[in-house]
Design a protein around this ligand. Sequence first.
Ligand code: ARG
Length: 482
Amino acid sequence: MAGSKRTTKKTPVTKKSGTVNPPANPMWGGQFAHAPAEILSRINNSICFDQKLYRQDIQGSIAHARMLAKQKIITDGDAKAIVTGLKSILADIEAGKFTFREALEDIHMNIESALKDRIGSAAGRLHTARSRNDQVATDFRLYVRDAFDALDNALMALQKSLIARADEHYNSIMPGFTHLQAAQPVTFGHHLLAYVEMFGRDRSRVQDARKRLNESPLGAAALAGTSFPIDREFTSKELGFDRPMANSLDAVSDRDFALEYLSVVAICAVHLSRLAEEMVSWSSAQFGFIRFSDAFSTGSSIMPQKRNPDAAELVRGKSGRLFGNLVSLLTTMKALPLAYNKDMQEDKEPVFDTASNIMLCVQAMTGMVADMAVSKSAMLNAAGVAYANATDLADWLVRELKMPFRDAHHITAKLVKIASGKSKSLEQLSLADMQSVESRIRKDVYSVLSVADSVKSRKSYGGTAPDNVKKAAANAKKRFLS
Ligand code: ARG
C-alpha cells in the first residue's frame, strides 16, 4: 500500500453508480473507508447462531470488568457502569426486547455496541486486555460446560427410569439373543440394566471431560497475553473455572473441549440407537414384547391399524447427525495453524445442534422407557422357542455325567437335530429319544430344561438369575442415583 492514498473518511462513500456504501463497522473500522461486500458480511456473520452465547458473553464480560477495576486498570466508576449496563442488556435479551444486528457480526460486538449506546464511552474500556479470541473461547467453554451438566442430569434421569423398570421385571423372562437368534433365556430386568451400565460409562466420560474443560482462557487476549497487570486467577474463579489455562496460544486455539463433548455424545448416541432399535423391533407385531401408549405412538395416514414407534426411530436416526457433527468439527480443526483462525467460528453450529438433539433423544428415551407396557407372556413364549435351552442340556451332561463340555456339545446338537426333525422342543423329547443318543441320560434332565430353571441357574457374578438382577438393580441405584 506504500505510496497509495487511502481515504480515512468513515462517512458513506458515493460510488459511480450513485449507490451509497454503508460505513465501515464501527467496532473495528478505523482503517476502513467503507463496509465489507455484502457477500463477505454474509459469510462472516455469526450473530444468527452465536446469539445463543449471550448469557455466557455477559457473564465473562462482567468478570473481566470487575478484574480490570480490582487491578486499577479501569476505575471503579467505569466498572460499575459497565456491569450495570451489561445486566440491563441481559434483562432485555431475556425479555425478547433486544435487537441483534447483523452488521455487528457476532454476539461480542453486538453486546459491546449496545453497551456503548447505554453507558457511553466507558463501554470502550471493557475490551482492555482482552480480545474476541479469548472472549469467544471463554464463552464457548461456559456453554459446553452447561451442556455437559445438562447431559449428565438427563442421563441420570434415564438411568432412574431404566432401573425402576428393571426392578419391576427382575423375574420377567425373555429370549437373550446373539446374532439376533434366540441364544439363552435372560430376564428383561437384566437386559435393561445392561443399558444402565452403558449410560453410566457415558456419564463418567462427561464428568471426566468436564474436568479437562474447566480451565479459563480469559486473559490470553489475542494470542500472546497482555502487557496490562491482569489477574487471571480472579476471572477464572469468578467464572467457576479451576484455574487459568497455562499457555495463551493454546487458550485461544484449543477446541478439544468441544471435540470431547461431541465425541462423548456420539458414543452415547450409539447406545441410544441400540436401545431405540430394540424398541422398534420389540414393539412390532412379530415380537410383541412391548407396546407404547398413545402418548408414544403415531398413526399412519393410510393404514388405520398402524401404531408407529416414531420417537424410537428418531432417536435411532438422529445418531447420524450427532456423528456428523463430530466429524464436521474434527475436520474443521484438522491442520489449523496456531493460534486463532476464523475457521474456528464453524465450531458453534455443530455443538449447538448436538446439544439440542442429544437432549431430545435422552428425554424421549426416558419417556419411552417409562411408557412401554411389557408383555411378559409374549417374552416368555419367545424365550422357549428355537432351542434356547440347549446350553442347559449340555451343562447338565457335563455336571451330572462328568462329560467334557465339547462332547456334551456334540450330543446336545444331535438331540436338537432329532427334536427339530420331529418338530418338538428338547423338553418334549421322550427319555427313550434322549437315551438313543446317550444312554446315561436320566429323567431328572427335564428339571433343567424349563426356561425358568435355566434363568435361575445363571447365578455367576453379573449373570441373569432373578436374584442377581434384584440385587443389581438395588446396587445400580446406589452407584448411579445418589
Ligand atoms: N465470531 C468469532 C468466532 O466465533 C469471534 C472471534 C473473532 N475473532 C477474530 N479475530 N476475528 O470465532
